[in-house]
Structures are given as C-alpha cells and as structure tokens.
Design a protein around this ligand. Structure first.
Ligand code: HEM
Ligand code: PLO
Length: 474
C-alpha cells in the first residue's frame, strides 16, 4: 500500500489584495453554474478569496459527505454577514446562527414541536391542517379552469405553516397575508445572495437600495412576529401546547424557573428569530418545490399521466389521498425526488464555516474558512446521473418499479449531519399531499398559444422558477 500524500493546499483561483478573486468570478452565470464550470480548470474542490474571506467550494459528493457527516461538528459554523444579521438580529436564529449551546437548544425544541405534526396515523390531529388546506386549494382550483397557480399554492403552504407556528390561518385576499407575500419575496430577493455588502461590510455606509428594501421587509415581518408573540404570551397555559410558539414559550419559562438560562440564551429575540426561520423556511422552500413540480409536469405531460394512472389505480376517485398512501404511489414519490434533484431549493446550501483547523480529503482547511457545498454540481454530476438535465423520475424507481430508491450518493436535497434541514419530514408530507390531491382532480397545462414556463431558475437564497403561466383542467 502506498504512503498517504501529505496534506496540501487546495487549488486556488487567482486573488488580488483587497478584492480577492472577484475578477475571476465575473460571469453572466449564476454562482452555482459558475462554480460547476470552474471545476474543469481547478478540479472538484478549490478555494477562492471573497474579499478578505477564504472560501472553499466543494463540488463532489465524497468531499461534501466528509464536510457534512464525517466531520460535521468541525464544519458546523455559519459566517456572519450584513444581510443575514439584519434578518436574524445578528444570528439569533437557527439557520444563520453560529454553532453554540443556544443554537443546539433551539434546534432541539423546534425538532420536538415539528414532530407534533408527524406522520403517525392518518387520524392524528397534527395532520388536520394539511388536508384542510389541500381541500381548500382544490376547491379554488375547481372554480376556474384557467389561473396562475402560484398564489394559491403559496397561500395553502403558508396556512399550514401558520397553523404550525401560530395556530391560525388566512383567507383569500386577507391584507395581512398579502403583506406577508410581499415582504417574504423582498427578503428572498435581497438576503444572502453573495451581494457585495456581504463580502465588504464597509459598503453599508453607501446608499444601497437592496439593503434598504431588506430592512423595510424585515421590519414588516418583525411587527407581525411581535403581534403573534404578544397574543401567545397573553393566553399562554402550561397545560396546552397549541403550536411552535407555545413550545418555545414553555421552554423559556421552564429555563427561567430552573435557572438554566445562563448556559442557553432564550431571550425574546432568540425566540422570535427561531419562529421567523421556521415560518420563512416553511413557506419559501415548499412553495418553491411545488412551483418547480408544476412547471416540470406541464413540460412532461406523460409523467403527469403516469402519476394520474397510479392515483386512479391505487386510490380511485372516491376518497382523498392520505399520508398512508405514500408507500403505494412510488411514481409520485420518484417524481418529487427528481424535482428536488434537478432544481435543488438551496443549490449552494447555506455556507458552513470550519470551527477548527481541519482537512477535507488531502487538503488542509484553516479555522474560519467558509465552505460552500455546491449541491447543483452534486445533482448534475455526469458520472452519477446519465443526462443530468433530463427530467426522468424513473431514475428513482427500483428495477420492477414497485418502490423508490436513491440511485447515487450524489443526492443530498436536504443536506445531512449536524446542520441537516429541520423541515425535511414536514416538507415531504406537504409535497406528497398537495401534489396527490391536485393530480387526482386536475390535469395541468399551459393555455393554448402560451409558451411553456421557463426552466431557468432565479438564483437567490432559494432557487425560484420564473413566474409561471399555468392552468388546471378538471
Ligand atoms: C436547512 C433544504 C424545507 C427548515 C436546510 C438546508 C437545506 C434545506 C439544503 C441547508 C443545510 C446545510 O446548510 O447544510 C430544504 C428543502 C426543503 C426544505 C429542499 C423543501 C423541500 C424546510 C422546511 C423547514 C425547513 C419546511 C421548516 C419547517 C430548515 C432550517 C434549516 C434548514 C431551520 C437550518 C438548519 C441549520 O442550520 O441547523 N434546508 N429545506 N426547511 N431548513 Fe430546510
Ligand atoms: C425566506 C424568506 C423569509 O422571509 C425569511 C427566511 C427565513 C429562513 C430561510 C428562508 C428565508 C429561505 C430558505 C432557507 C431558510 C432557512 C433554511 C432554508 C435559507 C430567507 C434553506 C433552504 O436553506
């Protein structure tokens, strides 16, 4: 056996003082596509300088799994940036907050609270909001044969998350709901998208339209969160836990009574930012995937027909789909998996940070290095996926089509390890229920004479489809 290579520096993009590698990063391509292309010159793992920050880009599943799983703790940090600090009151949330005892504690409470909405039996009260919203959604769709699905999908998903966080829901046209749609889009458009202020914080002193818009949107969100918080505090009871906010309030009270508050910070800010994360993530991610699913289904009517055949055979038209049907609808499951592969919600995840001096493969990594996992590259690796831009749910079916598989280790739509997505189970349930309800009742297509919706994503903190123009038919 050959002796192991000594640790070495990863290949590095040219860098100038102050600006770092910015000149090599000028490109019309969005960052995930540019990083994918740069592999050809630098190999699958390379480093670059974003101004003063050392960034390591990982494009292959072997190194990605080492970062997330094998060395998950060493890479569990998050960078502080100007825009995420505005969103999260300086990292007092889960997703953008650095690794700490407080962070671990909040993750644990949220994990427990989300499991209230777990699979269990189909009669579990936790599932009630899903079916109520799926049914309301289909009711609206059946009233019109030609409409833009996006606002309806967003409202249905928002209501599920509202139930979960605050035990409330919105009706169509509710002004608070409309305001929420506007501020959330404003945040998605302006936060954590590798803008220059996140690289050079001193740029904040200059007028910056994006940062102004972000601050405005965050203040609208904060007023809403504060209102819900005050209402919940007013009618809080130790005996009933209605939702996530109650679970967090209970933990806060119990920590205060037992004096554990010194090791973990359960301040009002932390609590509000945690709810803000779950609310924001809950709405934007699932809605985005549903929009991508609808987009791909109108491009591929044969896939749609095959799901509908499966629904007809396994469920029929006399009853609504239930979570317990998931195992008997493998082609629908495979389609959801393929949508999550071909258009990953978070193509660059959220950057990780090395908390100690460590390594990836044979490369040394210094403490403080930001690590970007390029999920786009993993999900479009030609060694792992034949013709990666072809939409083919069949990749995720087993050989006789009776069940689903994951055919490659290069598939991590929800991440893995210490920072794995907290909403994975919830998102999968929602995607399954909404899509099965819709496809049992409707055929999706573009109105005659209209072009098919674009498959290009709009890069940001989530990869969103362009505004679609879709209609349903009974
Ligand atoms: C983190 C994907 C839905 C809550 C993440 C990450 C990914 C991801 C890739 C980053 C992992 C990392 O940085 O290593 C998705 C996808 C979703 C989805 C594809 C939908 C299909 C949700 C939902 C919620 C949620 C519904 C909440 C209810 C979170 C939170 C984090 C996270 C709180 C941050 C975890 C941490 O930093 O510790 N998600 N997510 N996600 N997700 Fe999701
Ligand atoms: C979406 C807009 C909201 O107004 C605020 C918000 C909170 C949490 C973020 C989410 C946004 C985007 C998707 C994120 C989520 C945390 C985890 C999730 C980044 C910005 C993913 C996919 O990583």
């Amino acid at each position: 056996c050959a002796p192991r290579e000594p640790p070495r520096e990863p290949p590095r993009l040219p860098a100038l003082p102050l600006i770092g590698s910015l000149l090599s990063l000028r490109s019309p391509l969005p960052p995930h596509r540019l990083f994918q292309d740069l592999q050809r010159k630098y190999g699958p793992t390379f480093s670059l300088m974003l101004g003063p920050h050392r960034v390591l880009v990982v494009n292959h599943h072997r190194h990605a799994r080492e970062v997330l799983l094998k060395k998950g703790r060493a890479f569990a940090g998050r960078p502080r940036t100007v825009t995420t600090d505005v969103l999260t009151r300086d990292g007092k949330d889960i997703a953008f907050g650095d690794y700490s005892a407080t962070w671990r504690f909040h993750r644990k409470i949220v994990h427990g609270a989300l499991s209230m909405f777990g699979e269990g039996s189909s009669s579990s009260p936790g599932l009630q909001p899903f079916c109520a919203e799926a049914s309301a959604l289909c009711g609206v769709l059946s009233q019109s044969s030609c409409l833009d699905l996006s606002p309806e999908l967003t409202r249905a998903v928002t209501n599920v998350v509202c139930w979960l966080c605050f035990s409330c829901s919105y009706s169509r046209g509710d002004p608070e709901f409309e305001a929420m749609l506007r501020y959330s889009q404003g945040i998605v458009d302006t936060v954590a998208k590798d803008g220059l202020v996140d690289i050079f914080p001193w740029l904040q002193v200059f007028p910056n339209a994006d940062l102004r818009r972000l601050r405005q949107c965050v203040s609208v969100r904060d007023r809403l969160l504060q209102d819900k918080y005050l209402q919940h505090q007013a009618d809080y009871s130790d005996h009933v836990q209605r939702d996530l906010l109650d679970a967090l309030l209970r933990a806060k009270r119990s920590a205060e009574n037992h004096n554990t508050a010194e090791c973990v910070d359960l301040s009002e800010d932390h609590l509000l930012m945690t709810v803000g994360d779950i609310f924001g993530a809950g709405v934007e991610t699932t809605t985005t995937v549903l929009k991508w699913a609808v987009t791909y289904l109108v491009h591929h009517p044969q896939v749609q027909r095959r799901i509908q055949d499966e629904l007809d055979r396994r469920i029929g038209g006399d009853r609504a789909p239930r979570l317990s049907d998931r195992g008997s609808l493998p082609y629908l499951e495979a389609t959801i998996r393929e949508v999550l592969r071909i258009r990953p919600v978070a193509p660059l995840f959220i950057p990780h940070v090395a908390l100690t001096d460590t390594s990836i493969g044979d490369f040394t990594v210094r403490k403080g290095t930001r690590v970007v996992i390029n999920l786009w590259s993993l999900h479009h690796d030609e060694e792992e996926w034949t013709d990666p831009e072809r939409f083919d749910p069949g990749r995720f079916l087993n050989s006789d089509g009776s069940g689903v598989t994951v055919p490659s280790p290069s598939y991590l739509p929800f991440g893995a390890g210490v920072r794995v997505c907290l909403g994975e189970a919830l998102a999968k349930m929602e995607l399954f229920l909404f899509l099965s309800w819709i496809l049992q009742r409707f055929h999706l297509s573009v109105p005659p004479g209209h072009p098919l919706p674009s498959l290009e994503g709009k890069f940001g903190v989530v990869l969103q489809p362009a505004r679609p123009d879709l209609r349903t038919g009974g």
